[in-house]
Design a protein around this ligand. Structure first.
Ligand code: ATP
Ligand code: MG
Length: 255
């Protein structure tokens, strides 16, 4: 190859933003000559690598935008530890039909049983499949909505939150909502209803959601919409955190 051809090839690859091909080209051509690969095979390998790199970069970008507090996967969820969870139901959710159909998922149960873990893992599956996902704690969601309401930009904020194909609202029920918060929350649920999915986690059973909203009328209007198309997973059992503490021999008997 003439030096000029070499230079032009590399510069064109960069110009066309084929950066992975540009990086692996020399090595790949060297290996291909050694292994007697055809031109077609070399081109196929180069473009396949470029595509894979771009897909991985897009997944990483969407994962960062989703602001998961930690990264959790279904692969590292121990289903044997939590027999109250039907593995088949989770595997069915992992097909993401619920996201396609704008349905909801609610994970209910006491602390430490894996509600947030499963919510994040389903969120990460959705990110991999190309959906936009956003994770938020219920308390900070309410604070954001109330702030927007006071600044007269609630409609815009609600629109921002309806952009995501999947919204994960974690820890419903640890802190009750005041009247303004409950009102804003209801509007968000109405806006997303039958358009896009939400995963909720909560330590409170549906019967106790009135306490979260401090208003039974709003609670039942919210639940009516959420539950219309919804899979509920009731997790019972021991906290995984407790198991970890036991393993370390740190259990004090108080918890
Ligand atoms: N079955 C499990 N297999 C593997 N790890 C688990 C399992 N259940 C929980 N964990 C881990 O235990 C920790 C606590 O789980 P998680 O945060 O999901 O609990 P939670 O139900 O959301 O509790 P809380 O109501 O207190 O928020 C996390 O680190 C999670 O990854
Ligand atoms: Mg949690």
């Amino acid at each position: 190859m003439k030096p000029l051809t070499y230079e032009r090839l590399h510069s064109n690859l960069l110009l066309l933003k084929l950066t992975t091909i540009e990086q692996i080209l020399d090595n790949c051509l060297e290996m291909a000559a050694k292994d007697g690969k055809t031109t077609m095979e070399v081109l196929d390998h180069l473009f396949e690598q470029e595509k894979r790199y771009r897909e991985a970069a897009a997944i990483e970008r969407r994962t960062r935008f989703a602001v998961f507090p930690v990264r959790k996967t279904l692969d590292n969820f121990d289903f044997e530890f939590q027999p109250s969870i039907d593995r088949k139901v989770i595997e069915d959710l992992a097909t993401l039909r619920f996201v396609h159909n704008a349905e909801n998922v609610v994970l209910l149960g006491p602390p430490g049983v894996g509600k947030s873990h499963l919510a994040i893992a389903l969120g990460m599956e959705s990110v991999k499949a190309g959906f936009s996902v956003y994770f938020i704690n219920a308390g900070s969601l309410i604070e954001k909505l109330k702030k927007a309401n006071r600044e007269g930009v609630l409609e815009k904020k609600l629109k921002d939150f309806t952009r995501y194909k999947l919204l994960i609202i974690d820890e419903m029920g640890y802190l009750p909502f005041d009247e303004e918060g409950a009102h804003c929350f209801f509007q968000l649920i109405s806006k997303r209803y039958e358009k896009s999915s939400i995963i909720f986690t909560s330590n409170k059973s549906y019967g106790q959601w009135g306490e979260i909203f401090q208003d039974n009328v709003i609670a039942s209007a919210v639940l009516d919409r959420i539950l219309h198309h919804c899979t509920t997973i009731n997790v019972k059992g021991e906290s995984y955190r407790l198991k970890d503490r036991r393993k370390l021999g740190l259990q004090t008997g108080k918890l």
